[in-house]
Design a protein around this ligand. Structure first.
Ligand code: IPE
Ligand code: IPE
Ligand code: MG
Length: 254
């Protein structure tokens, strides 16, 4: 079934040609994947069944993004606040990256996808960190879609870490305070080699950022949908991009 999605080239390109303007595909799409728990509840299943199903959506949307020519896809998989959840749920979530990457690594390679991650990596369980690092190493030379997982990620923590590193340069007199400008500061954020998201998608009807990419989302287009993440399809994804293509981005201009 998974293979079918990856190889359905003609059908997919016809979706993109007929409904999307190929010259205005967002370069970077960031997604707050939300609603796994409520989807499971609706089905009378335990919350972890929602996360397992959500993992399939990650695959589906990664393929769709790759086929549409999106260059960067950032997926919010675990926030610095998600540790507040019951231990069994946290443990399950920490096993998902490994499961996902082990299952999908061959097809990620076939499709030239490069895996990256951002977040407070040093405080992840060793097995979670190792799984992503292996995938990052294997895919390091791939030149297609960059699949960037935000794992144990918090926007405020990212800002604090950047401030500390920049402040230490000032303290050591390696830079002057006036050397700090937006471009310089951005290079100390974890997303340094990735342009700011053009489009942010959040599923499940929640209309908030939940500490996601506070610096980078300054001028992104926001798209909120009531659909729960496990039910988020290629068609929903295309609809989000269509909506993006209808927006006039002014960046403060006219
Ligand atoms: C998103 O789904 C996955 C993570 C935050 C890890 P949730 O688990 O937040 O699902 P809801 O919001 O409780 O429905
Ligand atoms: C945001 O979702 C974090 C991720 C999707 C990983 P949450 O479900 O944790 O957000 P809140 O708690 O509803 O704000
Ligand atoms: Mg949630």
């Amino acid at each position: 079934m998974i293979k079918r999605l990856w190889s359905r080239k003609e059908e997919k390109s016809s979706i993109s040609e007929h409904t999307l303007k190929s010259d205005n595909i967002p370069v970077h799409i960031a997604i707050i994947m939300d609603g796994n728990g409520r989807w499971a509840k609706k089905k009378g299943l335990p919350r972890i069944a929602g996360h397992r199903s959500g993992m399939k959506t990650v695959k589906r949307i990664t393929m769709a993004a790759s086929d549409l020519g999106v260059k960067y896809l950032t997926m919010y998989a675990f926030s610095t606040e998600n540790w507040k959840r019951p231990k069994e749920e946290v443990d399950f979530l920490m096993k998902l990256p490994q499961q996902f990457l082990e299952m999908e690594i061959d097809e990620l390679m076939e499709n030239n996808v490069q895996v990256r991650m951002m977040g407070d990596i040093k405080n992840l369980p060793a097995h979670t960190r190792a799984a992503v690092e292996v995938a990052m190493r294997k895919t390091a030379n791939n030149t297609g879609l960059v699949l960037n997982f935000a794992l144990n990620y918090g926007g405020r923590l990212e800002l604090i870490e950047a401030v500390k590193r920049v402040a230490s340069l000032v303290e050591k007199k390696e830079i002057k305070i006036d050397d700090i400008n937006e471009e310089f500061f951005s290079s100390y954020m974890q997303s340094q080699q990735i342009p700011d998201p053009d489009l942010l998608i959040r599923t499940s009807g929640e209309v908030r950022l939940s500490n996601f990419m506070l610096w980078q989302l300054a001028y992104s287009e926001f798209y909120f949908t009531d659909v729960y993440w496990p039910e988020f399809s290629e068609e929903h994804f295309t609809a989000a991009i269509q909506e993006y293509q209808r927006r006039a981005r002014r960046f403060g201009g006219v």
